[in-house]
Write a protein that binds this ligand. Structure first.
Ligand code: 13P
Ligand code: SF4
Length: 328
């Protein structure tokens, strides 16, 4: 990060944060840029974003925009998806190291080996995977549409990569399929235990527990509702409960509090923090807008195949709610 932003960030005062925020908004205009933020981003980043959402909604939201630059505040696979779908646009990931540990748990080489073992299987890749893995897959899915995608395929055998927990969740709804699990997992969502949730439930007996399907199966067993990050808010809106135990990354709380100021949100563990999601700060967003670093590049042959994989998914799940235009 350039020195001026580092100094501003370190000062960590309200006035300085406000200055930084104004700088980001000014640079955003000058660059004709659009800031996209995942629901897990730091609050200060969510506040300057044009749009907030889950991975599927954000991928869709970037298509056909009139902006020259897309600044993707999230992790690398999300920015890559935006680039795959918008090859003519400059897509910037503010922090180069912001990757998703789960996405790194599958490689195209190992996936090709697996395909050889199960030649009749279709390969479904969770969007939390690299462009190269998407290029080797038949169709993508997100946590919002995984069951729908698997059910849409004529194949009996499905190789599901890389998240074994999401794959396990899909299995519950697709007994007609043979789902071959990859042994990947989210390093954040495995930190919550069934015991954590039971303790929170004992403390708040009238609460409802909402979980992301990346949580381990014994945690999912305790959930009143399971959904992608965008599904949390809609469930809370229609639930009669007043207190909710939140089974996903802590960044989610910011949006939930804004959407439901009269409801109460409890984290079952302090460990629910995705370190790489939290790398992006206001200073990094300012740096990205000023320097246009770090630009996402995807080699064209990979991009083309990965785009087919993503567009097949979008054709199946046309009815997913759109990302939320930020109004902060
Ligand atoms: P969503 O698609 O539900 O936003 O999930 C993305 C993710 O990385 C969850 O850990
Ligand atoms: Fe990856 Fe998990 Fe972080 Fe989501 S929360 S970006 S799956 S490590």
């Amino acid at each position: 990060m350039t020195e001026q932003y580092e100094v501003l960030e370190k000062a960590n005062s309200r006035e300085v944060k406000q200055k930084l925020r104004e700088k980001v908004l000014r640079l955003k205009k000058e660059r004709n840029a659009y800031i996209v933020a995942h629901n897990y981003q730091n609050y200060e980043v969510q506040e300057v974003a044009d749009i907030l959402g889950d991975s599927l909604a954000l991928s869709k939201a970037t298509i056909g925009l009139g902006f020259d630059v897309i600044v993707f505040c999230g992790v690398d696979f999300m920015a890559e998806s935006a680039k795959i779908l918008n090859p003519g646009k400059k897509v910037i990931l503010p922090v180069r190291e912001a990757d998703c540990p789960m996405a790194l748990m599958v490689t195209p080489e190992r996936l090709r080996e697996k395909r050889k073992q199960f030649p009749d299987a279709a390969v479904v890749c969770y969007v939390n995977s690299s462009a190269a893995v998407k290029a080797e897959s038949d169709i993508a899915c997100t946590s919002a549409n995984a069951v729908q995608i698997v059910k849409s395929l004529p194949h009996k055998q499905i190789i599901f990569v890389p998240d074994k927990n999401l794959g396990h969740y899909v299995r519950r709804f697709c007994p007609e399929k043979e789902i071959i699990l990859w042994q990947g997992f989210c390093t954040t969502h495995i930190r919550v235990t069934a015991e954590d949730v039971k303790q929170a439930k004992a403390k708040y007996p009238d609460s409802a527990f909402v979980a992301h399907p990346e949580c381990p199966p014994d945690v999912i067993d305790l959930a009143d509702h399971v959904s992608s990050t965008s599904g949390f808010s809609s469930y809370i809106a229609r639930s009669p409960a007043n207190t909710f135990i939140i089974g996903t990354e802590v960044g989610m709380i910011f949006k939930l509090k804004k959407d439901h100021p009269d409801k109460r949100f409890i984290m079952p563990t302090e460990q629910f923090v995705c370190q790489t999601m939290k790398m992006t700060t206001l200073g990094w967003v300012a740096h990205a807008l000023e320097t246009l670093e770090y630009e996402i590049e995807v080699p064209e042959p990979i991009r083309k195949h990965a785009e087919i994989t993503l567009r097949r998914m979008m054709d199946v799940s046309k009815d997913h709610p759109n990302a939320v235009i930020a109004s902060y």
